[in-house]
Design a protein around this ligand. Sequence first.
Ligand SMILES: C[S@@+](CC[C@H](N)C(=O)[O-])C[C@H]1O[C@@H](n2cnc3c(N)ncnc32)[C@H](O)[C@@H]1O
Length: 463
Amino acid sequence: MTLKKGQQLELDISDIAIGGMGFTKYEDFAVFIKGVVPQDRVLAQIIKKKKNYAEARLIQLISSSPLRIPPPCPYSGYCGGCAWQFLNYDSQLDYKRRHVIQSLEHIALIHGVLVHPTIRSEKIFGYRNKMEFSCADKTWLMPDDMAQGVADTGFALGLHVPGTFHKVLDMQACLLQPELGNRILNDVKAFMKNSGLPPYGLRSHVGFWRFLMLRHSAAYDQWMVNIITASEDRGVVQPLADMLTNKYPEIVSVVNNITNRKSGVAVGEYEILLSGSSVITDKIGNFKFEISANSFFQTNTAGAARLYEIVRQYAGLTGTERVLDLYCGTGTIAISLSDMAKEVIGIEIIDSAVADAQQNCQLNQISNCRFVLGDMREVLPQIGQSPDLMIIDPPRVGMHKDVVKQVLEMKPSKIVYVSCNPATLSRDLALLKEGYEVAEVQPVDMFPHTFHIESVARLEYRK
Ligand SMILES: C[S@@+](CC[C@H](N)C(=O)[O-])C[C@H]1O[C@@H](n2cnc3c(N)ncnc32)[C@H](O)[C@@H]1O
């Protein structure tokens, strides 16, 4: 029997595939289904059929897996913020570790490497120190809303439906951020709605209000509010900043980023300081960091502290080494290693991150770190002397192959590769294994209820 598009089947889910979809085999077909977990029995409808795999849509949960738990968030299943609240946390950790192992085996063809059990996140809700909510000129309604006759108000401020750029849920709260963030979200939304100015249409590209970004410092319980608008109108946004700082003493920074670019990225072409400071200060381990609106900073502060402990452990520094920190962001790893190394040089493409990194060194009275601004492909070949240790913490897309080549030519005796994407980690390790042995890998969960996993790999040069 062959599968047909539209066909309905009863299926027993056997596994979770890379990317988080439930998976089972039906005859010779791999069938992938969203929103299910192993040991679920479901009725599903085939929506896509390719040569040797199919995708199906969940129609009915016939019997529920013991791994399932009731998701506490009302948007679970519809919101792209997190997609795994219905899977118990221990199972999330197990699956994430397996995904790291499977990626190493299938993509890098590296077998038998020691991959430690995933380190759990200290908090599994309220752990995110940064949230980005989008404005839209349509409210994306959930089935329950529609059943209750809730109408589209022509305004939404919230998170996207997974995989969409224009479908935004109008959210009252996100459980991934600390509670005060939700009160700020609702106050900002009420202000925007009453302002008389329109939200930015994600299809029309017309309108004023674009995004709300919130940052929280866990160490000092401080908040930054970043309002992203399509044009400059201080007369409108200043009263919003004043209202927020009067109401919440925890808000120490309100900035307005302005961009009329069509891309859906919450970064301004320029920024106006509306209240307080343009940065907030947070702490990872013993070090303080100043973070500006557009700088990269790990989104789970307690998770970052655990991650950097592993980096320190894998680095095994004695105080005499020269270290290169590739993709250094605001210098957090460089600074965390500075008391164990002779010198750390960070390389980073975003100028505000480099400025923050320099400022962060001053803040922590560190004098043995310096930072070079530029694209890794251009800067790395100009660095000269090979380091003893390289830290590599690239963006999700991983390293450019020319950069991998350059690293292989520089032959540092040790590499600690930090990755938020097991697939690109594995792709890069497949190239690096020409000169390096992967000694061990430590997955660290920085993103509970999502499929994402951070990993630290320790690589030793093959003599
Ligand atoms: C995953 S973050 C790592 C940041 C830092 N190591 C940390 O833990 O906070 C990746 C960083 O790489 C930077 N980046 C991306 N592409 C780059 C490139 N081509 N050259 C240099 N830096 C780049 C990004 O701006 C970002 O700060």
